[in-house]
Design a protein around this ligand. Structure first.
Ligand SMILES: Cc1cc2nc3c(=O)[nH]c(=O)nc-3n(C[C@H](O)[C@H](O)[C@H](O)COP(=O)(O)OP(=O)(O)OC[C@H]3O[C@@H](n4cnc5c(N)ncnc54)[C@H](O)[C@@H]3O)c2cc1C
Length: 291
């Protein structure tokens, strides 16, 4: 690993100011769980590390009935997993975190670091896509918001300009009669998913039809993947077992997943369909349970 400069600003203003001064030579580090791995592999050699882990103003979870859920970017995975607010409002996030990595990584790694690393195999992103989340980003030009599904540009590449920091994840309040679920194919609990799926399904209690569906997949492309093809199969119809299977086939058909030591492209394609079917079914049952 190459030598680098280091500073630990005390607040977001200082961090953004320092990054602006460094003009592209600086790189943010939070928990370092992903970044130190790629630095040790010499895939990244920043001149200067701006350590934001100690900025406590970005470590929070809040819920407001009108605005929904707000999670500060420096909240750890473990805090999200255990949060009573999350368990009550969006239990799918707690469920997802329980299957993410080992407890040591969850204790130190941050949600913002996970999203900004841009790994298409990451778990939180697809759940946030299913929940229609937005990201709040602050930089030298001020603050901006972006839909999470537009944040991912390519493998390990996200829409952050030099000097910008992710500050918050915002999840709108869920519509009534909505259920959400996440599941992933893993050899051991806590492994990165070979394939993962997240779904949010809303059911119209008057006639039982599906009035909302958001479905996303991890580790099937160079970025997290939203499957509008699968969603379109479900929307406006009464969801049956056959329709869920058709949604799975539609998701699978549009994919050309990468191959690696964990699975061939064909295997991932097949598993993507299966996990869409299973995950959407769990989301549907959760939505129906509210009727
Ligand atoms: C053993 C192991 C197992 C894992 N298993 C899983 C798994 O099953 N599922 C899964 O999804 N993930 C998994 N991960 C990834 C883990 O979740 C991430 O490593 C962790 O969340 C990254 O957070 P961090 O705070 O350590 O980020 P860092 O490593 O510090 O940063 C990661 C990247 O994000 C940038 N960054 C960090 N914070 C911000 C910010 N607020 N604004 C702008 N840029 C920022 C950094 O510049 C860097 O590019 C695993 C990691 C390890 C080491």
């Amino acid at each position: 690993m190459k030598n680098f400069g280091y500073a630990a600003p005390k607040n977001v203003g200082e961090a953004v100011g320092l990054l602006a001064e460094l003009g592209g030579r600086g790189k943010v580090i939070a928990g370092g769980q992903s970044m130190l791995i790629i630095m040790k592999q010499n895939m990244l050699a920043p001149e200067f590390l701006v350590d934001i882990k100690g900025i406590s103003e970005l470590d929070y979870i809040k819920y407001d009935e009108k605005k929904g859920l707000s999670i500060g970017a420096l909240t750890t995975h473990r805090t999200i997993e255990k949060s009573p607010i999350i368990k009550k409002t969006y239990p799918v996030l707690s469920e997802m975190e329980d299957n993410l990595a080992v407890v040591q990584t969850r204790n130190w790694g941050t949600i913002g670091g996970n999203l900004c690393h841009g790994d298409p195999a990451g778990d939180p992103t697809i759940v946030f896509i299913a929940l229609d989340a937005k990201l709040k980003i602050r930089g030298p030009a001020g603050e901006r918001e972006i839909d999470i599904e537009d944040f991912y540009k390519d493998y390990l590449e996200v829409d952050l300009n030099p000097g910008e920091i992710l500050v918050e994840i915002q999840v709108p309040p869920a519509s009534p009669h909505t259920g959400a679920a996440h599941s992933k194919l893993m050899v051991m609990k806590g492994d990165m998913g070979i394939v993962g799926a997240a779904a949010s399904v809303t059911v119209n209690p008057a006639d039982g039809t599906c009035s909302g569906a958001r479905i996303a997949l991890s580790n099937v492309a160079s970025t997290p993947w939203r499957s509008r093809a699968a969603e379109n199969v479900l929307l406006g119809k009464v969801i049956t077992g056959e329709l869920l299977a058709e949604a799975g086939r539609a998701a699978s058909a549009e994919l050309e997943p990468p191959a690696d030591v964990h699975g061939s492209s064909e295997y991932r394609k097949e598993m993507a369909g299966l996990f869409v079917r299973r995950t959407a079914e769990i989301a549907l049952k959760r939505a129906q349970a509210q009727s």
